[in-house]
Design a protein around this ligand. Structure first.
Ligand code: ADP
Length: 543
């Protein structure tokens, strides 16, 4: 090997060593910035420490960090160091696409101007008086997009070497990711605060528990309803919490149920009535994408005022109805007497009297139906007995015999003798069945057949009345059981309360109502009643 070869080799070796040293310095610089910026999740702190660290490792006297504001489509200066003027308190906002920052974003690469004098087309007005002579800006990325710009500045021309720029480029993304994390953390914290404010402000009581029934959250309203100290309850198992025993037992019962359905019930405390809904919190696991039950949320409402208003309303209806019955009876008696006086030779007077009698009889029907509905809904005078449904049906058909004969209708009762006996309030069940029968006779053409059927499943008794009447349009079917709803024309007498009474009776006996009808082909009206021990008749005593 010649002397010049050796010289060459030594030269190459020196260059290589310098290059390796430079790289090591760069990696060291990146590490320093990375370590510094990951120390805090506070966005303002991260902005300041990141900028300080970058200026140190790059060796620049001034710098800035701008973040992209997606909403206003601007680049906003959030941290600065070494600038004569404060552009952070009154932030420098540069619209997308303008100035050097605009170039950085459009080209998505580092832009360097080592001979800046502020008069260039790219210089935004705010930079004119900052006296910078060299500027380098690098895009910061996070989650595959540009989130801002990291800039370094100097008062000297040609201050930034290729090496400075390489370091700036390398640290920009590290700073970007740290800032993005801090921003995400801030957004999450903000959302959490907003959520906290919302559930604290709601008038409904909210309690959340984990899967084991340990209380993880309780708002002001719940603490007030149960008269407990919210702070001290966090982490306490529900079964050990100092809330009213009756409420606690009902809650524990609802939580012990393994199915995830919503459970709602009412609890009657000494003077108050609480409505409670228990729902399971179901979350989607990011690991196996399955849905898991993660605990429970309990929503409590004090509905004492509704109950009081309801009691007052029904008292008013009862009093008003009783007060109306007497004068109506007197008017009815007088009209009947008048009818006798007038005699058959004055048909106009008789017609007028008949109109008056019809009106009074409709009013009496309405008052009776209203009273019945109130009685059923509030369980006044409820009395449970065990009886054969077939007997009740035969008895009811006998009662409406005059109506059937009037229209020459036949009513067939189909109820197997083997049908188990029903435990229910016989008077109400008969009333409900009579209402179905009554409607069938009212709405069926003369000479037709009505079929009343009873059959059972393991849990329910079904009672149905079928007729070949006019049927009911589909759009009216869902509203038939509402109070005062009438789908028929006014030529057929009715109060619009008959089906509402049936519904109320069925629901009080743990069942419901249904209708199958086709226009022109007749209708089948049905109700279900639970066989067994009847449910509590008065809803306010549940729980
Ligand atoms: P109403 O006193 O008007 O009969 P209901 O509550 O008993 O009040 O019935 C509500 C409406 O349902 C009636 O106005 C009528 O339009 C319709 N309806 C009830 N039963 C029958 C039936 N068997 N056939 C046809 N329509 C019926």
């Amino acid at each position: 090997m010649s002397q010049s070869d050796i010289q060459n080799l030594l030269q190459q070796n020196r260059l290589l060593t310098e290059e390796v040293k430079r790289r090591i310095d760069q990696i060291g610089a990146i590490n320093i910035v990375a370590a510094t910026v990951s120390q805090s999740l506070d966005l303002d702190v991260t902005l300041k420490t990141a900028l300080r660290a970058v200026l140190d490792v790059v060796g620049a006297e001034a710098g800035g960090i701008s973040l992209i504001d997606e909403a206003s489509k601007e680049v906003v200066l959030r941290a600065q160091e070494g600038w004569p003027h404060d552009w952070v308190t009154q932030p420098m906002r540069i619209p997308y696409g303008q100035g050097m920052s605009g170039q950085v974003i459009t080209r998505d690469e580092v832009v360097v101007d080592n001979d800046f004098d502020g008069t260039e087309a790219l210089a935004v007005p705010q930079f004119h008086n900052e006296n910078f002579r060299a500027i380098a800006m690098a895009p910061m990325h996070a989650r595959n997009q540009i989130i801002g710009i990291l800039s370094i500045m100097s008062n000297q021309r040609n201050a930034f070497s290729a090496e400075n720029i390489a370091v700036l480029k390398s640290v920009a993304d590290t700073v970007g990711v740290a800032l993005d994390n801090a921003r995400l953390y801030e957004t999450t914290a903000e959302q959490e605060e907003r959520l906290h404010a919302i559930y604290q402000a709601t008038s409904e009581g909210i309690i959340a528990t984990d899967l084991h029934g340990r209380i993880s959250l309780i708002n002001h309203a719940a603490a007030t309803i149960f008269d407990v100290d919210a702070e001290r309850l966090i982490g306490t198992p529900l079964r050990e919490s100092p809330i009213h025993r009756r409420v606690r037992d009902s809650l524990l019962h609802a939580l012990s149920d393994n199915n995830n359905d919503k459970k709602s019930f009412q609890v009657n405390l000494d003077k108050r009535l609480l409505s409670i809904v228990v729902s399971s919190i179901v979350i989607e696991s990011s690991i196996d994408q399955a849905r898991h039950n993660d605990g429970w949320v309990i929503v409590v409402q004090d509905i004492t005022h509704f109950r009081d208003a309801d009691v007052q309303k029904s008292e008013f209806i009862r009093t008003a109805a009783h007060d109306m019955k007497n004068p109506l009876g007197v008017a009815l008696g007088s009209l009947n007497m008048l009818n006798d006086f007038v005699g058959a030779d004055d048909p106009t007077a008789q017609e007028l009297i008949q109109l008056g009698l019809n009106g009074i009889s409709r009013l009496q029907d309405l008052i009776n139906d209203l009273l019945h509905l109130e009685q059923i809904e509030h369980g006044y005078g409820a009395s449970m007995t065990t009886f054969k449904v077939g007997d009740l049906m035969e008895e009811a058909v006998k009662d409406i015999k005059p109506l059937l004969s009037e229209k020459n209708l036949t009513c067939v009762v189909e109820a197997a003798d083997s049908l188990p006996q029903l435990t229910a309030d016989r008077r109400w069940v008969k009333r409900a069945f009579m209402n179905y029968l009554d409607n069938a006779t009212k709405y069926t053409e003369a000479g037709d057949v009505i079929t009343a059927r009873a059959y059972g499943s393991s849990t329910m008794l079904y009672i149905e009345v079928n007729d070949n009447g006019p049927g009911i349009p589909v759009e009216a079917q869902s509203r038939l059981f509402e109070r005062f709803y009438r789908a028929s024309d006014d030529r057929i007498k009715g109060t619009g309360l008959g089906l509402a009474i049936v519904k109320s009776v069925a629901e009080k006996h743990g069942g419901g109502v249904y209708v199958q009808s086709q226009q022109g082909k007749g209708s089948t009206f049905g109700m279900t009643l639970s066989w067994g021990t009847p449910p509590p008749i008065n809803p306010t005593s549940a729980g």
